[in-house]
Write a protein that binds this ligand. Structure first.
Ligand code: PRT
Ligand code: ZN
Length: 299
């Protein structure tokens, strides 16, 4: 493929999403010639290159067709898209897959001592946030008119400085809020990292490559959630065992040498396997229970 037809994927250069995004692409079989501080890593085994940028730039790079795919938090994409759609109606990105990392919530938080009775108490209040678009939409959905104070960082100190009555900010563990004597009281948006596709037009060969990549990334995702379970069980308890195995397809049942009443059961479990499941399996008569990770899957 000529240089300009090579696909480009944007990920965060350094931050909470960087390592997991890169690992995901590597598990999908992409290899890059790394350059430690450059923004651009050349794809070695496929005509797919990597752009390493600030997460906030990813939606714009996709919308402008600089790259075809990007991994970014749903919070960042949603905020940018609301802004872009206001300037240019119809601006949109396709969310191809939620990636189950970078989980957080965009939340309304109040000073600890204050009661929260509902959004209506925000009428006329000053709300500090780095997410003015999402905050404005949420207020509008709730029929509230309030003042949005846009800050690019350190939003959590605004109430103690007296520049805001409340904040809307990202929360994961809640430690930052607690340290600033704030409490989260309402959710504006739940978020995780997701794979996005920009609107740029592709030729057939590029489209094929993109489809293959997306399928592989989805395959990595499914494999991460999937476990291969092997166990021994009394033949007569097979129905019960299959019932307990979470999200199992029809299990493979194999004879056990010298033990006509017992069989080996192998099953692909597409839902999380917890200790509780293993305990239930044991109770149902299973033994030698093994849970193995699945590295790759292609349905
Ligand atoms: O430099 P660049 O612009 O690329 O990075 P950034 O500083 O804007 O982003 P970064 O790396 O902090 O976060 C990237 C993405 O990770 C966010 O857009 C979210 O999608 C996701 N994410 C998940 C989070 C958090 N969890 C999170 N906790 N982003 C930010 N935070 C902040 C939160 O606002 C709080 O101030 O981390 C602080 C600690 O949170 P607590 O609740 O654990 O105390
Ligand atoms: Zn950022």
């Amino acid at each position: 493929m000529t240089d300009e037809r090579r696909l480009k994927i944007a990920i965060q250069k350094s931050g909470r999403l960087s390592d997991t995004s890169l690992k995901l692409l590597e598990r999908a079989g992409l290899q890059f010639s790394r350059s430690k501080d450059k923004l651009f890593w050349f794809g070695r085994n496929l005509p797919v290159d990597l752009l390493l940028v600030r997460d906030d730039d990813i939606p714009r790079l996709l919308l402008e067709g600089v790259c075809e795919l990007g991994i970014v938090g749903e919070n960042v994409a949603a905020e940018a898209l609301l802004g872009a759609a206001a300037r240019r109606p119809g601006a949109a990105l396709d969310a191809l897959a939620s990636l189950d990392f970078g989980h957080c919530r965009l939340m309304l938080a109040l000073p600890e001592g204050q009661q929260y009775t509902g959004p209506e108490q925000l009428e006329g209040a000053r709300i500090a946030t780095s997410y003015p678009q999402l905050t404005a939409r949420w207020l509008q959905e709730n029929g509230i008119s309030a003042d949005i104070v846009e800050l690019s960082g350190a939003v959590e100190i605004a109430p103690s400085l007296g520049t805001a009555d409340a904040i809307v900010d990202l929360v994961s563990t809640g430690t930052t809020l607690r340290a600033n004597h704030l409490k989260a009281v309402d959710t504006v948006l739940e978020s995780q990292a997701a794979l996005y596709r920009g609107p740029s037009k592709l030729d057939a060969e590029q489209q094929n490559l993109l489809d293959k990549l997306v399928q592989r990334i989805q395959g990595v995702q499914t494999a991460r959630e999937t476990k291969y379970v092997m166990l021994h069980a009394p033949r007569e308890r097979l129905a019960r065992i299959t019932e307990v195995l979470p999200g199992a397809e029809t299990p493979t049942v194999l004879p056990l040498e010298g033990q006509p009443d017992r069989v080996a059961v192998h099953a692909l479990c597409t839902e999380q396997v917890f200790w509780e499941h293993l305990e239930e399996l044991k109770q149902a008569g299973a033994s030698a229970i093994l849970v193995l990770p699945v590295e790759k899957m292609l349905a």
